[in-house]
Ligand binder design. Structure first.
Ligand SMILES: [Zn+2]
Length: 188
């Protein structure tokens, strides 16, 4: 199992995998996710933070959406670092959390990478309403989540990075099936 380096700020390694990874996932989205809106007034009325951030409030009808403020944990790292592998182990080790491999909803990214990321924030919010915290395992970076409309729905973000030796990363990527589109071009 890969070594967990640290919770907290990420020291990103320089890496690129052609066809997939930060080089392609950080580009402009074909569709920008919409703001969190009032369920009474509709998508044209964006909610605003209220009550010290514990709720979002509609400026027109005063409808409120609760914001539990539970933390969201992210286990990130380069492709093939072991993010998917640790998902089931984390789920067993953290019974108070719901743990996901974010790639299970990768088809949503056809609507735009930010739409996909924003959807995970919305899901984490829904899970928090049930009194549970969320752990996301996948290629997500702090600045990719911080500016999204649904960022206001979740509490503090905590990141840790999985890391392993470069030669192991390269070997794992070479062993992946062709459909993943991994033409390995590691720059580490
Ligand atoms: Zn409203």
């Amino acid at each position: 199992m890969p070594r967990v380096v640290t919770w907290g700020d990420i020291g990103w390694r320089s890496w690129t995998v052609r066809g997939y990874g930060p080089d392609t996932m950080s580009g402009p989205s074909p569709e920008a996710p919409g703001a969190e809106f009032c369920m009474q007034c509709g998508p044209g009325t964006a909610l605003r933070p209220g009550d010290g951030g514990r709720v979002l409030v509609c400026p027109r009808c005063r409808w409120e959406r609760e914001v539990p403020g539970r933390p969201l944990f992210v286990v990130t790292g380069a492709s093939a670092a072991g993010k998917t592998t640790v998902t089931s182990a984390l789920a067993k080790a953290l019974p108070a959390c719901d743990v996901f491999d974010v790639d299970v909803t990768l088809h949503v990214a056809a609507l735009g990478w930010d739409v996909w990321r924003n959807t995970w924030l919305q899901l984490a919010h829904s899970i928090a309403l049930n009194g549970r915290s969320t752990v996301l395992c996948g290629s997500l970076m702090p600045d990719q989540l911080s500016g999204l409309p649904a960022r206001c729905l979740v509490g503090p973000l905590h990141f840790c990075t999985l890391d392993c030796p470069d030669e192991i990363l390269a070997a794992r990527l070479r062993a992946r099936t062709a459909w993943c589109g991994f033409a390995v071009d590691l720059a580490v």
